[in-house]
Design a protein around this ligand. Sequence first.
Ligand code: KDG
Length: 340
Amino acid sequence: VVDVVALGESMVTFLPSRPGRLADVPAFHRSIGGAESNVACALAAAGHTTRWVSRVGADGFGDHLVEAIGAYGVDVSYVRRDPARPTGVYFRTAGDRAGDTHEVAYYRAGSAASAMSPAGVDLDAVRAGRVLHLSGITAALSPGCLDLLRELTAPRPGRPLISFDVNHRPGLWGEAYGPEVLLDLARGADIVFVGEDEAEEAWGITGGPAAVRRALPEPEVLVVKQGGSGAVAFLRPAAGDRAAGAARAGADGTPQSPGCETTPRPAATAPALKVDVVATTGAGDAFAAGFLSATLRGLPLTARLRHGHLAAAATLTAPGDLAAPPPRPLADRLAALDDP
Ligand code: KDG
């Protein structure tokens, strides 16, 4: 059994050779991106068995993605090649993606990955891991991709733990469906990652992590990320048999966060590390990978948040989406330290 299967679109990413408006950047450096494959690569780099399921074009960029992601040790044997549709690519400017001046130019409409659908992927291969990692990006790609996410997040006996990163990308959403869809999909997942700012942007939720939990009481584990300040995690009290693994993996006496009371209380909180940020893109994926790695290893909830922050810190200090995670023994020592 593979530890983690990740499904989603990856793109060849063009990083700017210098800061400034997209219109002024004279050259770009080729890299790779794709929220879900980023998680698979980071988990593979941290020693887990991973698989990335997707579609790419039968073109050079598709070759590059399959080779580069495969080089991390990720199983790419279920990535389909599409002779009729291209591999998606995107360009971006430097700096903080949340900043007003950050620009992203996607060239992915009609891409090979956007043709994913429940009938077009090998669902057994997708469900073959202990954890299946998905993100809201896929829901925005096409009606077929949305159907696929609905199928994968639907209740089903023996399904893997479903990890869902909301990844609200306003620039990707057309007229057909909106952020409400992301809330519905998150409701069907076991472990959900969402930024506090993202919850406000997508769903208009203000009032902090407790308000997010109130709007999203279903997932066994809800992680609300607060950017540079930290992250909090909520647990559902009555763990069902399957998903109990997600919560119980941290059976360290962590108090459960009651889901039904007016103000849900976090079961764990952890401050983020202070780093000199080079680029924020990919940091959320690294956080998810660190958290999932620690979950698979049965570490307590607070340690899972800390492993998320440690992995994110590595990516925050690199220009691209991916950075080598800290070695496991070092990360374990750091995660065990008391908060300052
Ligand atoms: O999380 C990083 C991703 O946003 C980036 O790699 C590109 O997957 C991407 C997307 O769709 O925005």
